[in-house]
Design a protein around this ligand. Structure first.
Ligand code: FAD
Length: 318
């Protein structure tokens, strides 16, 4: 079923959904099942599985020179999605990115998904590779998520890259895209960022999942700004609990989001690691309750493999 069908049928009840990362290469499907098995009692409508582009590593040779090697540390997104659907009978949403794909490769990936019966996809641009200062598309690849949305929409209309294909099978993907309550870090301002978000929705995106945020007022004003601009699709809040002191620096550095003073003061003043985690969990519980009361269609948790923490949060809001 399509992600948006779940939102339509929820009759005002707030659903919970989860995002998981593929295990590091060498891991197993059991690693994912261990994360998800205990979460299935909450009847998530769908599980998102992230996609990870290749990264460069440098190996020192005997000669002293360094050899640059491209490796994908977390492959397996499509296989994991199929396996999740098979085991739990729940929909899986693979993340599909522009980086690392030519248009042809994107088309082939979409055909694989279609044949596997996966009809939801989160269409993203992806970030710059490690050690690169800006995002560079692959030769013949898409520069923006907007272009990826358009390609998926074309396939939904039975239009493939090869114009000789007449009456090609129509796919039926429900397309989600990313939104940034505190704006995407590259955008000069929120207004312009929202105009691109609107283009993604106008091109066929049926829902938006937000970047994590720690201040609900940012989400509420983002939704308001979207509605004012005629972006009327469901906007699903993405939530991540802070579980270590280190994250008060690493999360803003990596995701370009702000943290409220009260949260920072509490974490800095916490007596030990357990106290930090408790503060982070309580914060997300409070966020979740407020968002639920506001009637959001779904709370989307970035699990980061920490099932006990996510369970604690959801048990407190049900
Ligand atoms: P875009 O919508 O293409 O926007 C990128 C930037 O370009 C923005 O600054 C925007 O304002 C600007 N822009 C957009 N369209 C245009 C245009 N037509 N002309 C000029 N400028 C434009 N990354 C991964 O690698 N794998 C994942 O699995 C993954 N999952 C994610 C899930 C969520 C919910 C979120 C919020 C992010 C995720 N990311 C993932 C990170 C994401 O790929 C990065 O944030 C990336 O930098 C931007 O992706 P986007 O799809 O928002 O890009």
């Amino acid at each position: 079923m399509k992600a948006t069908d779940y939102f339509d049928r929820s009759q005002g009840n707030t659903l919970v959904s989860f995002e998981v990362l593929p295990p590091l290469k060498g891991g197993t499907m059991q690693d994912i099942f261990d994360i998800l098995d205990p979460l299935m009692e909450y009847k998530p409508p769908f599980i998102d599985v992230t996609y990870h582009r290749e990264e460069y590593i440098y190996n020192r040779r005997d000669s002293g020179y360094y050899e640059k090697i491209a490796i994908r540390k977390r492959p397996g997104t499509v296989g994991i999605c199929a396996s999740i659907m098979h085991r739990y009978g729940v929909d899986a949403v693979p993340h599909l990115i522009c980086g690392g794909f030519s248009k042809e490769e994107t088309e082939n990936a979409l055909i694989d998904l279609h044949f596997l019966g996966i009809n939801n996809v989160l269409a993203l641009r992806g970030d710059a590779r490690q050690f690169e200062t800006k995002f560079v598309p692959d030769p013949g690849g898409h520069k923006y998520a907007l272009d990826l949305v358009k390609q998926i929409k074309d396939m939904n209309g039975g239009n493939y890259l090869d114009s000789n294909i007449e009456s090609g099978a129509k796919t039926d993907f429900c397309i989600g895209v990313a939104g940034y309550p505190e704006k995407h870090f590259e955008a000069p301002n929120l207004d312009l960022d929202l105009s691109y978000l609107k283009q993604k929705v106008d091109a066929g995106a049926a829902y938006i999942v937000t970047q994590m945020f720690f201040d609900n007022s940012k989400y509420f004003s983002f939704v308001e700004a979207c509605r004012e601009r005629g972006i009327n699709v469901p906007i699903i809040p993405g939530l991540k609990p802070i579980t270590s002191k280190y994250q008060i620096n690493s999360i803003p550095r990596r995701f370009f989001v702000n943290m409220p003073d009260d949260l920072i003061k509490a974490i800095v003043g916490a007596k030990d690691k357990d106290a930090v985690k408790e503060i982070g969990v309580e914060w997300t519980i409070h966020q979740s309750k407020e968002l639920k009361e506001a009637g959001v269609p779904c709370l989307h948790y970035y699990t980061m493999g920490d099932t006990p923490t996510i369970k604690k949060i959801i048990d407190s809001i049900l």
